[in-house]
Design a protein around this ligand. Structure first.
Ligand SMILES: [Zn+2]
Length: 317
């Protein structure tokens, strides 16, 4: 059974794993990203991580890369990236990876990859109409309809983070105002906290802990945050009406306290059973990247090992 590597390059870390076609993980590795140091530093760390995985696991047939930013899946190039990853825009990811590791390589946006991962093995398993929202430093999004990713003509499909929630609202780093990202990202949650007097929360987890202990100010912050999140979910449902909207990213690590708030708001519009938390958390992108690599192998009929049970299929195609 062929094994592939799936890696996920984000603003604060790189993760990677080796997985087989059945979704069984052989090895995994992580490293912190010094993203602010620019392209060369990120590539150096990516190279180290992939080399480590390759040294720990032989017989890897392909590599899939999930990356922050907008990715042209046909060329494997990052066509747009924010300052979270300086110098990343224009990076020919798959070309670089193929030359560096000698493996067939493929790349996609990290939210698209997270949705692919959750659809393959996680919360979205068995469903074909899905939306993913990743609530982290920013807000990533992805759409799947009838089992196919809707990446769009300019590869920005599913970018719910930069749809507008509040006209003339908060300025966004994309140049517009009032984007969803400015209200439901982890960073937005922390800004809500900073705007309220009487707290010294420095991390989202402190807000969650305080809310669990019944602190009024933490509960107020969460109520406001959840209210905006519920509006976004309702807008997505009105737009494409998926079977499930999967929520991932750092904010969902502590969902125990706010999940009942969210489902209470959504039940009033009949959507309480249309949301779920990602099963793989921050690892979903790696599984999705691996799934892309497997698809790439199947499509091109390359990389199947001698005597593999797929060999027959490949020649028969
Ligand atoms: Zn924006």
């Amino acid at each position: 059974m062929p094994q592939v590597i799936g890696v996920d390059v984000g603003g604060t870390g790189i993760k990677g794993l080796v997985v087989n076609e059945a979704g069984v993980v052989r090895v995994e590795a992580t490293c912190a990203t010094e993203a602010r140091l620019g392209r060369k530093a990120i590539l150096g760390q990516l190279c180290e991580l992939v080399s480590e995985l390759l040294s720990r696991c032989e017989e890897v047939k392909a590599l899939g890369i999930a990356s922050a930013g907008r990715v042209n899946v046909e060329t494997g190039e990052v066509i747009h990236a924010t300052n979270n990853l300086p110098g990343w825009q224009g990076m020919p990811l798959t070309q670089w990876a193929t030359a560096e590791f000698g493996l067939p390589s493929t790349a996609d946006n990290d939210a698209n990859a997270a949705l692919l991962g959750e659809a393959w093995l996680g919360t979205g398993r068995g469903k074909q109409n899905l939306v993913m929202l990743t609530l982290g430093t920013g807000v990533g999004g992805a759409n799947m309809a009838f089992g196919r990713m809707l990446r769009g003509v300019d590869w920005r499909g599913g970018d719910w983070g930069h749809s507008v929630l509040v006209p003339d609202g908060r300025p966004c780093n994309c140049g517009k105002r009032g984007c969803v990202e400015q209200y439901i990202s982890g960073s937005a949650l922390m800004r809500l906290a900073r705007e309220q007097k009487g707290n010294t929360y420095t991390h989202g987890r402190e807000i969650m802990t305080a809310a669990r202990q019944g602190e009024a100010i933490a509960l107020y912050i969460l109520e406001r945050y959840i209210s905006d999140l519920a509006s976004v979910i309702a807008n997505i449902s009105a737009s494409i009406d998926p079977e499930l909207i999967i929520l991932g990213g750092g904010v969902t690590h502590d969902q125990a306290i706010w999940w009942p708030m969210l489902t209470a708001k959504l039940s009033s519009v009949g959507l309480a059973d249309r949301v779920a938390v990602a099963e793989f958390g921050n690892w979903a992108g790696c599984f999705g990247a691996a799934q892309l690599a497997l698809e790439h192998l199947r499509k091109d009929g390359v990389g199947w090992s001698e005597g593999s049970d797929r060999e027959e299929t490949k020649h028969g195609d």
